[in-house]
Ligand binder design. Structure first.
Ligand code: HEC
Ligand code: HEC
Length: 155
């Protein structure tokens, strides 16, 4: 298992800038998680990735997209606009939805926090020894504001 993870890191490493090392670990773990999944019909290659690696596998890409959706408690359409050609589908490559660019900003921030403040070898280890979208969002579009519980006043 560790061997596979390390292997993915070695393969992916040259494609990354220093700052997105956190992302490398994230993707390495994701590639491992999806390693055993059976092959589906090939989808068109992504054409508009500016943060994720260009050669990310379809399974890893979709795994991450589902992670974002669950972490924010939203569906794909929260970040992706409807296709102008076929309104029953989403135009995933389009940047017309402002939430998509906000998500890119968040992806870079998360990778930077992990590479600067957490130990790389712990990324993806059980118990989430790193920061993820879920750490802050916890199923909310915007992280909840801290509200002091009323009981604390009486203590
Ligand atoms: C929180 C926002 C967010 C959600 C929710 C989301 N995505 Fe994305 N998606 C992005 C961002 C950001 C990119 C571009 C990443 C980059 O630039 O490297 C992207 C890129 C993609 C791409 C590649 C498009 C291309 O051609 O470049 C596909 C396919 C995709 N998403 C599918 C999905 C699916 C399917 C879902 C729902 C399961 C989903 N996304 C949910 C933010 C999101
Ligand atoms: C360190 C905490 C933190 C992490 C980690 C984090 N976020 Fe956020 N996110 C925030 C905060 C705080 C806001 C609200 C900022 C604002 O509205 O200007 C926000 C807002 C957003 C929004 C805009 C929501 C809206 O209603 O407009 C999107 C989209 C988003 N985050 C996606 C992500 C994704 C995807 C990840 C993981 C790659 C992520 N975030 C990781 C703290 C975080």
């Amino acid at each position: 298992m560790l061997y596979l993870i390390n292997l993915s890191i070695v393969i992916l490493m040259p494609l990354f800038t220093k700052k997105s090392i956190g992302l490398v670990a994230l993707i390495a773990v994701v590639s491992f998680a999806t390693f055993a999944e059976k092959k589906k019909t090939p989808m068109p290659r992504p054409t508009n990735l500016t943060v994720l690696p260009q050669d990310i596998s379809h399974d890893s890409l979709i795994y991450l997209m589902k992670e974002y959706s669950v972490s924010l408690g939203v569906k794909c359409g929260f970040c992706h606009v409807r296709s102008q050609v076929d309104s029953t589908r989403l135009d995933f490559a389009s940047d017309a939805n402002k939430h998509k660019n906000m998500a890119r900003h968040m992806m870079k921030m998360t990778a930077e926090i992990n590479s600067q403040y957490f130990q790389e070898e712990n990324h993806g280890a059980q118990g989430a020894l790193m920061v993820s979208c879920f750490t802050c969002h916890n199923g909310n579009k915007e992280p909840k504001e801290f509200v002091m519980p009323a009981e604390d006043d009486k203590k």
